[in-house]
Design a protein around this ligand. Sequence first.
Ligand code: A3P
Length: 310
Amino acid sequence: MGSNLELVKYQNFWFLTTPLKNILHYQAHFKARDSDIILASLPKTGTTWLKSLLFTIVNRTNPDHQPLINKSPLLNNLGVYGGNPLLPSPQQLHDEPPSTLRLLHSHLPYASLPESIKSSSSCKIVYIARNPLDTFVSQWHWHANLLKNRVGDHDELEPPSIEDFFESFCQGKFPYGPYFNHVIEFWKQSLEQPNKILFLKYEDLKSDQVVLQLKKLAEFVGFPFSSQEENEGLIKDIIKLCSINNLKDLEVNKNGFMNKFVKKKDFFRKGEVGDWINYFTPTMVERINNLMEEQLKGTDLSFDSSFIPG
Ligand code: A3P
């Protein structure tokens, strides 16, 4: 791939070679609990945003919590696979007291999730999907930043050209890709198991449907809003608290690294729908639209690529 990523194909999806060891460990050993909430997504589809929303929703009655103010949402979850020293290790995860509500996150495709998540526990899965055009643009920026942060360590690493990166994206060759296989698997499962998997779209959360979406989310994870909470404007407060402009400005998100090469601030870029219009040529739009049409045919799932920012 024109992006210098070391990828390996496993169970029909592409993985970075380094985390694969942890993934295999989790597939074999992770024990989900009935009360777990698993947040699933492809990278750069709004994972951090959904983490913030979920964390705030489930902790809203906890008087000891000042959600998100003192702790970055990036750390307010537990990775389903480890490998990041800032996140809990498999043993720490296992040792969490049974009363702890575990919010876990995974980029794994549905088929590769540990069996205890899929079948032997009644834990809930919330999936967030984002249109492929903005996902691609966000991934491209992310990747360019990663390489920029590595300068000095690997001076020979060139940021990928957008053309090369697009080619790889369309071929599905990027971490946790192919895009459509990942999204469609979760979409189908959400239709087959509506009590187990909730499928959300980034674009709906950015639209005037957001209150409705949050009510659906809170109810699904077992923390429904009361009419009193709604009337008091709590849902709107949560939306404001978790807005990108608010999160971006918090000290806990502005400074520091998630690991050697990943800066926390890089998780908060523009956070808009339709930024792709600034990057896509007509040929790229045609190619992705054709792919979308071909891949989503017969699924009832669609993403709008006709958005023109005002
Ligand atoms: P952009 O690069 O398009 O701005 P992830 O959390 O899955 O890594 O996704 C990152 C994308 O979500 C980035 O998109 C980022 O800016 C956006 N994002 C982060 N926090 C957000 C928020 N609170 N609201 C909306 N988008 C957000």
